[in-house]
Design a protein around this ligand. Sequence first.
Ligand SMILES: [Zn+2]
Length: 325
Amino acid sequence: MSFSSETKEELIRLPLERECCVLAELSALTQTLGSLSLAGGGRLRISWQTENAALARRIYRMLKDRMGLNPHLHFVEHSRLGGRKTCVLTLGEEETPRLLVALRMMEPDEQGVPVLRRTLPRPVITRQCCRRAYVRGAFLGAGSITNPDKAYHLEITARDEGLRDLVEKQLERGGLPARDTLRRGVPVVYLKGAQQIADALALMEAPQAVMRLENIRITRQMRGEANRGRNCDEHNSERQLDAARDQEEAIRLLAIHAGLYTLPPALRQIAEARLEHPELSLEDLGQSLDPPLTKSGTASRLRRLMAEARRLRETLEQQAAEHQT
Ligand SMILES: [Zn+2]
């Protein structure tokens, strides 16, 4: 299971607590997953759609257990999408106005009759507890986290401008400087960096996800330090430097007495790279080539180059000896 799905599972298991928070979370879930439709006679019906059955059950419990409403839950199977199921929760037209008033989408007119004012909830979020619940709802409805093994990135899709502004504002008040951008034409709010992702997970109340993230982060750091350490050892090793000096000398000999152009292209390429970067380890020298070469590939080419130089040196010595006699 992906890091994102595991995090969502953890959040969905959280108990439904205070009334204010249930409303804040439900507002965000309605902004991201909800839609209004006409039920005839000008009456409205509200529904929520998600492929996450556990999330659908959480919304069901909010409506049923916490608000005393009677939503209807059913599944739509998509034969074209590999049999994937969408869960659809619907509230009948008798009960919809009550919920819309609670979500501040409807307001009573002078006669006390509820009138639709806006098509999406406008939650009032003043307390820290509701901020947590709201961000959690937005993430559950439209968010995702990249696997932290690859990158530190969390984003929430926000097609609606009001939703985008509210999500950004709540993250900022939670100490998280969110940014927004367009992804394939759709606005998204996002956070980057391990610390920010960890703080966002903590804000949404997912301590297990924070711990998993910290573990991945430590492993990544250790891997990075091990790599740097190895490069450093190689870089500093006397033998490595001696070998590089020998290579350089051999290449100069070949260049002066035979011309690098007489070498096979693969050897000429490594010879030129070594002259240009006498300080690089085998690994880094290989990486500097285009296309890059493995460490063993680089070592093998340099051995062939040294053999060419040895043959040339023998020939030169022979010629010198013949010249003397
Ligand atoms: Zn609250």
